[in-house]
Write a protein that binds this ligand. Structure first.
Ligand SMILES: *[C@@H]1O[C@H](CO)[C@@H](O)[C@H](O)[C@H]1NC(C)=O
Length: 303
């Protein structure tokens, strides 16, 4: 069974704790979401908020309707300074307060405090950001320890442009947020990544990217001759739900995924039909991503 069911499920399946509906108007428009099913209308409490203080939980509850705030960890995980400049802030620098996953998968430190200023080997040769990004990726072709373990060059390129989709969608919300900026109090909660789940989600994503075979199992039959069978990471919405739901119960059974929860290899047009659905985020996710990036940029300008 393909994970699309689960991907759609994260939007459709009610979250663990739907709270009392609050009366504040959400800036997020209704009804735009990926896949089939109904959008969430109750507020959600992010299950990764166990250590978030009361006032932040109240504030983020208003802002994080319909999508767990911690999923921002997916939206930002591969941002670079170039992407920030292009989509959000022409003045972005290497001090940008947007934590990301180190693309060097063999590095001692899997996470970076800031989105790095990654340059491709021949930046000057290209005028488009697309070719610069492709140059960066394909210059590591065959390097198992770059970007996403076991992804083929084609899968890597699709992932790059998938993330551009995510940011282009966030950019729309970003423009709206700029016109009615969040309070300093809101931004303090948004940037409290140790407690608001963003850091947890980033950690889990990094784990799935670095060690997909440990996350997605495959059993003892794992056969190194069958390279085509190697597992690759996919955007772990499903993982998110179970991971955090059962986090306190220390339930390893649900923390670890099944092989079928990983992305199938992108080797034919049929599989592409499944892959392309991953390009979709909900407006609620776009909004949360934009809010985080907005607050991070504000913080970087205050420094
Ligand atoms: C809650 O956490 C936020 C973010 O860390 C902080 O700015 C705020 O002062 C805290 N509020 C209380 C009441 O502790």
């Amino acid at each position: 069974m393909f994970p699309s069911k689960h991907l759609f499920g994260i939007i459709v399946i009610p979250f663990m704790l739907a709270l009392v509906t609050n009366t504040e108007q959400s800036p997020i428009s209704d009804g735009d979401h990926m896949g089939n099913g109904k959008p969430q209308d109750a507020d959600v409490v992010d299950p990764a908020w166990s250590t978030l203080n009361e006032s932040c939980a109240r504030i983020l509850r208003q802002n994080a309707k319909r999508a767990p705030f911690s999923m921002v960890g997916h939206g930002i995980h591969s941002l670079t300074v170039r992407d920030l400049r292009r989509f959000f802030d022409p003045l972005a620098t290497e001090i940008n307060f947007i934590p990301t996953i180190n693309r060097d998968l063999a590095a001692d430190y899997p996470l970076l405090q800031h989105a790095p200023d990654l340059k491709s080997p021949d930046e000057e040769m290209f005028v488009t950001d697309a070719m610069k990004a492709i140059d960066l990726s394909l210059s590591h072709m065959g390097d198992l320890n770059w970007d996403i373990k076991h992804f083929s060059p084609l899968e890597n390129v699709v992932h790059i442009f998938h993330m551009e989709e995510v940011w282009a969608r966030a950019q729309k919300q970003f423009e709206i947020i700029k016109k009615a900026p969040p309070s300093a109090e809101t931004c303090a909660c948004v940037m409290d990544i140790e407690n608001n789940g963003v850091f947890k989600f980033l950690r889990f994503t990094a784990l799935a990217i670095r060690e997909p075979m440990l996350i997605y199992g495959g059993g003892m039959k794992m056969d190194s001759d069958k390279k085509s069978d190697l597992l690759g990471y996919y955007i772990p919405y499903y993982v998110y739900k179970y991971h955090f739901k059962n986090f306190n119960a220390a339930n390893r059974e649900t923390f670890l995924k099944e092989k079928n929860d990983a992305m199938p290899r992108l080797t034919n047009a049929d599989v592409w039909k499944k892959w392309k659905k991953l390009g979709c985020t909900s407006v609620a996710e776009d909004y949360n991503n934009a809010l985080f990036i907005y607050c991070a940029i504000e913080k970087s300008h205050q420094k």
